[in-house]
Design a protein. Structure first.
Length: 647
């Protein structure tokens, strides 16, 4: 029988062009790329085998029968494999992972295995085809071949439908169009046996997949020309899945945003290109990635590679980079992480990297930070604290302790400072020095502040307003910079006071000088609005930063709290004592009440009294206590009668 294989030749030409482009263009060896490459090679080989087999059958008198049998076997094998590989490709595109992937793979592997068995038996049983007198004939199981292909069409559609939430619209269209074209080709092929159309459907899907889903630039950074963050994460997951050992080196260009501001966009992009090109030459293909902003990542496969790269990078960055006659010296920090010893997931890597970059930034010096057991343990503890904070916000399980503030003139406790506390079942008591900075960084401090304010107002309403003999006039509540940055601070505080019927004069909000000077105009507006209601403001930790009297003049503080570090230093150093005395005198002349923090010994209290301060806060007059213990302590300290209204 003479076959018309013109369509197959056209298909082979198109597939060959795609294959050459695929090989020549730099493709990151991700799972999707590998699956596509296998499908592309198989389809190209199938098309070639179909053409050669057709030529052999047309010239059966010249071609030995065993050669035609071998060509027919190869064609059927490649055709069956192509359907299975396309299914595998869509399984990757649909992002099936773990147990789900294993389950889905079974639906493709079982029919493919049956196909392979029947194909292996075909030379003996004539299932798919047989040869008689040198001529090719369809076997009694030829219909199974068509059903097999149709099954995988249906299976691919099911995969897309089941994962429609994670599959983009382009993929859905590709599957739909390919299925329609392929079915049409099968129907035509079935009725017009002399025209070969087997590879037309494959060509259609290959073109669409390559143009739409296998974009080579998808994993390349447009500025540097090296791999982007998506490519890095793909490579990282591949290495972790392969159980290999290696190192990831993150290079941080310190203060690059300042350089960008000075030299401009074009020059800063050229600088990034130069850095990327240097690292690419040093480390090789698929090992260097630009992580956007001011970060580059490098894979080192061995300890020797890591040492070589690290030494070369430090040497090169000690030299200048020349961009358009600008001679630029780049300062860097390097973070070195080992896998799988330090992390076994991409998410853990990114979290640990951020932690290490923050640790490196604390020193302010160009240096390498390499993970060790202590740093890894610190990271995991921080991560657990972050989860504990999130859980406490969700469950509203933060505790509020109250520390007494003692009036030197009245000789009694007159106010309290609310201090948030966190207890976790696994970690136990977590110091505020640990969880507050993390909450400030993540923005969770806003939720914590809201819970503390709510709890304080409940405490005042339930225990203080109905028991004025306690002598508690105000409660001090710390508010964070994040809260002060809000436009509607007044609208978040006023409703809580109204809900519990708390006079605004009973609330004093404490802010640090850093908060005040970071957003001065907004802070002034908040202070004026809340001040009109009767809420007071105190400057907390005065003297811990760059405190000066200009803040006291500009902002309407009703109270100043001297940081405990100055108080303690005054007992050790004469200069510190002189500074403390002068600060106190200046503030007193401004008529602003003073609170000395951190008083833990009698001599500190006596010094504060001699200096004429108004209030003392510290362990000498009371530690932070839960509300019931605090109430008992105040009753005892202030000699309040025991007929206090018990709750």
């Amino acid at each position: 029988m003479q076959y018309n294989y013109d369509f197959e030749i056209a298909s082979l030409l198109i597939m060959t062009i795609i294959l050459l482009h695929f090989v020549c263009i730099r493709q990151f060896p991700g799972e999707k790329t590998k699956a596509f490459g296998m499908f592309l090679v198989t389809c190209t080989a199938e098309c070639a085998a179909n053409i050669i087999s057709s030529i052999g059958l047309a010239n059966a008198a010249l071609v030995p029968q065993f050669a035609n049998e071998l060509l027919a076997f190869a064609f059927f094998a490649l055709e069956g494999l192509a359907s299975y590989l396309l299914f595998c490709y869509f399984m990757v595109v649909c992002r099936y992972e773990g147990r789900k992937r294993k389950l889905v793979r079974v639906f493709g592997a079982v029919p493919f295995a049956f196909f392979c068995i029947m194909l292996a038996l075909t030379p003996f049983l004539g299932f798919f085809y047989y040869f008689k007198d040198g001529a090719y004939h369809q076997g009694f199981g030829a219909g199974f071949g068509y059903a097999y292909i149709a099954y995988f069409f249906l299976l691919n559609i099911i995969l897309i439908v089941r994962r429609r939430s994670v599959v983009n619209l382009r993929t859905k269209w590709i599957v739909s169009i390919y299925t329609a074209v392929a079915i049409a080709m099968i129907v035509i092929q079935y009725h017009v046996r002399g025209v070969l159309l087997t590879s037309v459907g494959n060509t259609v899907v290959l073109l669409m997949l390559y143009l739409e889903l296998q974009n080579p630039s998808e994993h390349l950074d447009s500025v540097t020309g090296i791999g982007n963050e998506s490519a890095f994460e793909m490579q990282l997951k591949k290495r972790l899945a392969g159980k290999a050992e290696g190192t990831v080196m993150t290079i941080h260009l310190r203060k690059f945003h300042y350089i960008h501001t000075v030299v401009g966009l074009d020059n800063s992009n050229e600088l990034l290109r130069q850095v990327g090109a240097y690292l690419y030459r040093l480390c090789g293909k698929f090992h260097v990635f630009y992580m956007a902003g001011d970060l580059f990542a490098v894979f080192a496969d061995t300890a020797e590679d890591r040492e070589r790269i690290e030494a070369a990078v430090w040497k090169r960055f000690d030299e200048e980079w020349v961009v358009q006659e600008n001679r630029i010296l780049l300062n860097i920090e390097m973070v070195i992480q080992h896998y799988p010893a330090d992390f076994d997931t991409a998410a853990e890597f990114f979290g640990m990297r951020q932690f290490l970059l923050e640790e490196a930034a604390k020193s302010g010096l160009a240096e390498s930070i390499e993970t060790d057991e202590d740093l890894v343990e610190q990271y995991h503890r921080r991560r657990k604290i972050e989860l504990a904070v999130a859980a406490a916000i969700r469950d509203k399980s933060f505790e509020v302790y109250y520390q007494p503030v003692y009036s030197l003139r009245e000789k009694r406790i007159v106010s309290l400072e609310a201090l948030v506390r966190l207890h976790d079942e696994e970690l136990g008591y977590i110091s505020p020095e640990e969880f507050i900075p993390l909450a400030e960084r993540d923005g969770n401090i806003i939720h914590i502040g809201a819970q503390v304010l709510e709890e304080c107002c409940r405490f005042l309403s339930r225990h203080v307003l109905s028991n004025l003999s306690l002598g508690i006039r105000t409660v001090h509540v710390n508010i964070s910079m994040a809260q002060c940055l809000q436009q509607n601070l007044t609208e978040t505080i006023a409703p809580v006071l109204e809900k519990y019927h708390i006079p605004p004069s009973m609330l004093t909000l404490e802010i640090t000088e850093r908060t005040a000077i970071t957003t001065p105009e907004r802070m002034l507006r908040h202070m004026k609005e809340l001040g009109k209601m009767g809420v007071s403001f105190a400057m907390d930790d005065y003297g811990s930063g760059n405190a000066n009297c200009s803040y006291l003049i500009r902002f309407p503080f009703q109270e100043i709290k001297i940081d405990k570090a100055i108080v303690w230093a005054a007992f050790e150093d004469e200069k510190a004592r002189i500074v403390l005395e002068n600060e106190i005198k200046t503030i007193q002349r401004l008529g602003i009440p003073l609170v000395i923090e951190g008083v833990e010994r009698r001599e500190q209290s006596e010094m504060a009294e001699k200096l004429g301060v108004d209030y003392i806060q510290g362990y000498y007059y009371g530690r932070p206590l839960p509300e019931q213990e605090c109430l008992r302590y105040i009753r005892s300290f202030n000699s309040v009668p025991e007929n206090y209204a018990r709750q």
